[in-house]
Design a protein around this ligand. Structure first.
Ligand SMILES: Cc1cc2nc3c(=O)[nH]c(=O)nc-3n(C[C@H](O)[C@H](O)[C@H](O)COP(=O)(O)OP(=O)(O)OC[C@H]3O[C@@H](n4cnc5c(N)ncnc54)[C@H](O)[C@@H]3O)c2cc1C
Length: 384
């Protein structure tokens, strides 16, 4: 119930405030609400999941979230990776192409059904982590939300992190066109080349359409449009895609690995806001869902009096993802260092720097003296 203090904005008390309704926030809100907590999730966009900023691939283990006909698009069986020499490498890579807007909305709906309140068109604009009060802005004005726990699921530019004085994440920028797909197929195509410094280009099929995009480290080159247009022209010439651009999107992807600490007082970070996106592939939907679910579970346990639940959340996520992310960060650093010297137009550095090649997992990445390198985990082998 909203209370109004004299001369002040209304006050809305909750157990768990979730900031952001992407897959991470939706999952946290669902699990916390299912556990009986009073949950409010705020999303600055007017509609959950729109506009879509995604290439829309999820790995097979996420399939349980793609059963809805509005979410499921088509199966993916493999990945074809094109090296600078033109050599194509095919690997197994089972997954699903989804309609991402519907995917995010389906998770948010489950949270709502479990009892969570969802406020769209609502932006977190202020935070007092000591008093545990968040200020949110809506069209109708400001509201103060008092919380016992806050889940920061507000993506790569996390404003919660900024309010806590935490450093911004290292990011790669992307640009993507949705184009007609003239030859239907079931593989994701990846191009590694000196033309895409600090990143790669992709073509992900969605039945009669495809998401054609690239990610680039803007410290190495500022222009994303020219290389994407050039790849698009090549594929049009080859008769693989149509010339028409049906939709345009883009966005930032965290590539620096996990934040040093995932829990700050009563604030838990999940998904992109936690730095969980894979620094080589840019895949982040699965870790957002998984960390969101774990954070929701930790919130319920904490509210029921389990004092160690928040620390356990940090440890659990680190156990699951740290080895894979450490390796990816190390490989990325190697690639960036090489790129600073020359355009990477040889195959060898790309084979070492891309998840589909055995070289990627062959030897441990360079680490600080004295630290040990854990063996590759399942998550590392299925990194998107
Ligand atoms: C072009 C592109 C292609 C990608 N392709 C893939 C792919 O194919 N497969 C894959 O696994 N990953 C992909 N990713 C990465 C993936 O989209 C992210 O990892 C994923 O969305 C992370 O989910 P999240 O819930 O942590 O954050 P997000 O999905 O970013 O959700 C954060 C939400 O918080 C909201 N928000 C932000 N600030 C505030 C605020 N102050 N107040 C209220 N709300 C706020 C935002 O509006 C947003 O809805 C891609 C990313 C990009 C940019």
């Amino acid at each position: 119930m909203t209370r109004r203090l004299q001369g002040q904005s209304p006050v809305f008390p909750v157990d768990v405030l979730v900031v952001g309704l992407g897959p991470g926030g939706g999952s946290a809100a669902r699990i916390a609400a299912e556990g009986g907590a009073r949950v409010l999730a705020v999303e600055r966009r007017a509609a959950v999941g729109e506009p879509v900023q995604c290439a829309e691939f999820i790995p097979l283990p996420m399939g349980c979230h793609a059963r809805d006909a509005a979410v499921y698009c088509q199966p993916i069986t493999g990945m074809s990776t094109y090296l600078p020499s033109g050599v194509r490498h095919d690997s197994d890579f089972p997954g699903i192409m989804i309609h991402r807007g519907a995917f995010d909305r389906a998770i948010a709906r489950q949270a709502e059904r479990a009892g969570a309140r969802l406020w769209t068109g609502t932006t977190l604009v202020g935070l007092d982590p000591v008093a545990r009060v968040a200020r949110v802005r809506q069209r109708g004005g400001m509201t103060s939300v008092t919380y016992r726990l806050l889940v920061a699921a507000d993506g790569p530019h996390s404003s919660v992190a900024a309010h806590l004085g935490l450093p911004a994440l290292e990011l790669v920028q992307t640009r993507q066109y949705t184009v007609p797909l003239l030859k239907v197929h079931a593989e994701t195509d990846i191009w590694l080349s000196g033309d895409y410094p600090g990143g790669y280009a992709w073509l992900f099929p969605k039945k009669g359409e495809a998401n054609l995009g690239l990610g680039i480290d803007k410290r190495l080159t500022p222009d994303l449009k020219a290389p994407l247009d050039a790849l698009h022209r090549t594929l049009v010439r080859e008769g693989r895609v149509g010339a028409k651009i049906l939709r345009r999107t883009g966005g930032a992807i965290p590539v620096g690995g996990l934040r040093g600490v995932l829990v700050h007082g009563e604030v838990l970070f999940v998904g992109d806001a936690a730095g969980l996106t894979h620094p080589i592939t840019g895949g982040g939907i699965a870790p957002a869902v998984i960390s969101g679910e774990r954070a929701g579970g930790a919130a319920v346990a904490y509210l029921q009096g389990e004092d160690g639940a928040l620390v356990d959340y940090d440890e659990e996520i680190r156990d699951l993802y740290q080895p894979g992310l450490d390796r990816a960060v190390a490989r990325r650093r190697e690639l960036i260092a090489a790129w600073r010297v020359s355009a990477l137009d040889q195959d060898a550095p790309h084979r070492r720097g891309w998840i589909a090649f055995p070289e990627y997992l062959q030897d441990p990445p360079a680490r600080e003296p004295g630290s040990h390198t854990p063996a590759p985990t399942t998550e590392e082998r299925i990194p998107i």
